[in-house]
Structures are given as C-alpha cells and as structure tokens.
Write a protein that binds this ligand. Structure first.
Ligand code: ZN
Length: 184
C-alpha cells in the first residue's frame, strides 16, 4: 500500500511459512497459518488508523530470518513485531499461555502488547521474557516476538483454531502497538 509521510512504520512479521510450518500441534494445527491470519489482521487494523504497517510475508511462503530483519531496516521501521505460536509436546496439553520476548530496547513495547492481549482474558500469562533471538538481536528498532499460545496446549489450540480468537488477538496486538506509539 501507499506510504504516508510522517506516519509511524510498523513491521509485522508472521513467523515461518511455506515449507516451514513452524509449530504443529493438536489436530495438525499449524503455526504458520495462525500467525499469517493474525498478522494480516493487525496490518489491516493499523493501516486503517493511518499507521504505515508492512508485512514481511503476505502469503504462505518461506522467508529466512535475515530478509525479515532487512525488511524492517529497509523501511526504517519504528517497531518490529514478530508473531509466533508455541509448541512443547503433544504429551503436554496442560501447558498453555502467552509469552512475549524482547532483547534490548523492546521491553516497553513488549509490555504494551503483552498487557493488551492479557486484558482480553483469553490466554494464560507465561510472562514477558528477555531472549537472544536473532530477530530481536539484529533489529535496530524496538523489537518483540510474541508467542500467542501453544499449538500443543489443549486450551490454546482449541482457541487458536477459531477465527473469533484470532481476531481478538489481532485487535489486542494492534491496540498494544498504538498505545505504545502514543506514549511520550
Ligand atoms: Zn515460531
């Protein structure tokens, strides 16, 4: 889409894609599909609010990590938000919940998005955590990686496969980003 001058630039990164499904959970639930749907909705919601949102992939294709960071750097993003869904083991359906990761400068962004999702009351809290993930280390702007829930979790998987829950997550993420951008 078009780029408004002066608009904030937000890069939304749906993890995995193509031959890389990411986490595969209960009933074959695939991370790459969940995050593409949520990311596309976040992108559309932000665009409607005049924010210059950009996706690192818009369809089911594989993208390596370096080009995802390059995209964020190339458009001079104000923030970078990578979306993922977790997996542990099909023998641990009891493990469910939201995790938000940051590395250096993304803590306030992580807190804003994490709190916004938590406020929907739709996912358990596994905390805001610091991690040396490639995407977080290599991005020069505040960057976070959100694990929206466990594809292997009984509670999360049942929700993640519904369009209503994915919409609720997208709205909460968009709200978390706009709140962050509006803070002084
Ligand atoms: Zn992932």
């Amino acid at each position: 889409g078009s780029v408004k001058s002066g608009a904030k630039v937000v890069v939304i990164d749906p993890g995995h894609g193509g031959a890389d499904p990411g986490a595969v959970g209960i009933g074959g639930l695939q991370e790459k599909r969940i995050v593409l749907d949520v990311a596309t909705q976040v992108h559309d919601l932000l665009r409607r609010q005049g924010i210059n949102a950009v996706l690192t992939r818009t369809n089911d294709r594989e993208v390596d990590l370096p080009p995802r960071v390059a995209k964020a750097e190339g458009v001079n993003a104000d923030v970078f938000v990578s979306l993922h869904a977790n997996a542990i083991s099909l023998s641990r359906p009891d493990i469910n919940g939201l995790e938000t990761y940051y590395y250096a400068t993304g803590y306030r962004l992580a807190k804003s998005i994490h709190s916004s999702i938590r406020s929907t009351g739709s996912v358990a809290d596994r905390g805001i955590r610091q991690a040396r993930f490639y995407l977080l280390r290599k991005s020069s702007m505040p960057a976070v990686l959100v694990e929206l829930g466990f594809t292997t979790g009984r509670i999360d998987a049942a929700k993640l496969k519904t369009a209503a829950h994915r919409k609720r997550l997208a709205e909460a993420i968009a709200r978390g980003i706009t709140t962050y951008l509006q803070e002084p």
